[in-house]
Write a protein of this length. Structure first.
Length: 317
């Protein structure tokens, strides 16, 4: 197997073998909570650097790092020299030469980490970049789906809501079809991608109820207002009735199937309070599963033996 990449920006950075290994390692960590496999001395130090708000992703990385036996450092970009005009590359090189082994980075700029593809200043995991991708969320979602239904081949998952601004949806569209899961996209027309540009295994169904009827799992998204770049986004009257999912709707359609959500959930918009408190809602299972999956991802990257990190590539004297 090709060694695990030192930059995880997109699901496309991983081979099927990498993904299968992560899934089984995550299961091993979940089944054996006493494991703390990073015995190296000095202990690896892993930083998170989040330039956008986060509750789940950042804390789940922090917990995963501690559970692995690594040291966690919360790099506060707001009070760093990034605010004094320092480039991201200089910042990452500084972290690397301070002995930080890996950095999880989140920002509102799509594809920002691509610039480091040929010369990595530090090992990097994308914790969500603009509207582009959120690969670790999609991986923990796949891990959760596999736990719910061990044979995923031939199943269908419908993603509802603000698809075009969802980095989670973009990563799911690259990941799930590799496992034989078909994806249906449904939501307000303004939030749906161009049908002609959809990857294999993904289709659009504008009729929400029809999409639910064809599904084995539902995946709900909030309206991601901060990514709308000034476009009006509060013009949806009765969003829940028209585009959201309530427990009553699922009962009426006789489709009491698992409902996933990456969080944060907006109760009263994309789902109702009864659904989020029902056993159909798997958002808390996703949160729980985020720890073993992120442990698996961090461990794989730390152990990949890549010697080409932090190289200073200018003229040598
Ligand atoms: C998502 C994100 O930040 O992209 N949340 C998450 O990481 N769990 C989804 C969102 O912001 O709506």
């Amino acid at each position: 197997m090709a060694s695990f990449p030192s930059l995880l920006e997109s699901i496309s950075d991983l081979s099927r073998t990498h993904i299968d290994t992560l899934l089984s390692r995550a299961k091993h960590f979940k089944d054996n909570p006493q494991l703390s496999p990073l015995h190296a001395t000095p202990k690896p130090i892993i930083a998170t650097s989040f330039l956008e708000n986060s509750t789940r992703t950042k804390h789940s990385f922090a917990v995963a790092i501690r559970r692995l036996g690594g040291l966690y450092l919360d790099f506060n970009a707001e009070t760093s020299s990034l605010k004094k005009g320092e480039s991201l590359e200089e910042t990452f090189l500084t972290l690397f030469y301070q002995g930080i082994n890996l950095c999880v980075y989140r920002s509102s700029v799509s594809h920002q980490l691509s610039q480091f593809r040929s010369n990595l200043p530090i090992k990097l995991i994308n914790g969500g970049d603009g509207v582009n991708e959120h690969p670790t969320q999609a991986l923990l979602d796949l891990f959760t789906l596999q736990e719910l239904v061990p044979h995923l081949m031939g199943t269908t998952l419908s993603i509802f809501g603000d698809i075009i601004h969802s980095r989670v949806a973009h990563s799911l569209m690259k990941l799930l079809p590799q496992f034989g899961i078909s994806i249906i996209l449904s939501g307000p027309t303004e939030y749906l991608p161009n049908e002609l540009e959809l990857p294999a295994g993904v289709k659009i169904c504008k009729d929400r109820n029809e999409a639910i009827l064809q599904s084995d799992f539902l995946y709900l998204l909030r309206i991601q207002k901060e990514r709308h770049a000034g476009k009006p986004n509060d013009h949806f009257l009765n969003y829940l009735e028209k585009y959201g999912v309530s427990l009553e709707l699922l009962k009426n359609l006789n489709k009491t199937i698992p409902v996933l959500h990456p969080g944060p959930a907006n109760i009263g918009t994309e789902l109702d309070g009864k659904l989020i408190r029902s056993s159909l809602y798997k958002g808390y299972l996703q949160v729980e599963n985020s720890i073993p999956m992120r442990m698996a991802i961090i461990e794989a990257m730390l152990l990949n033996n890549d010697q080409n990190i932090g190289k200073i590539d200018g003229e040598q004297f």
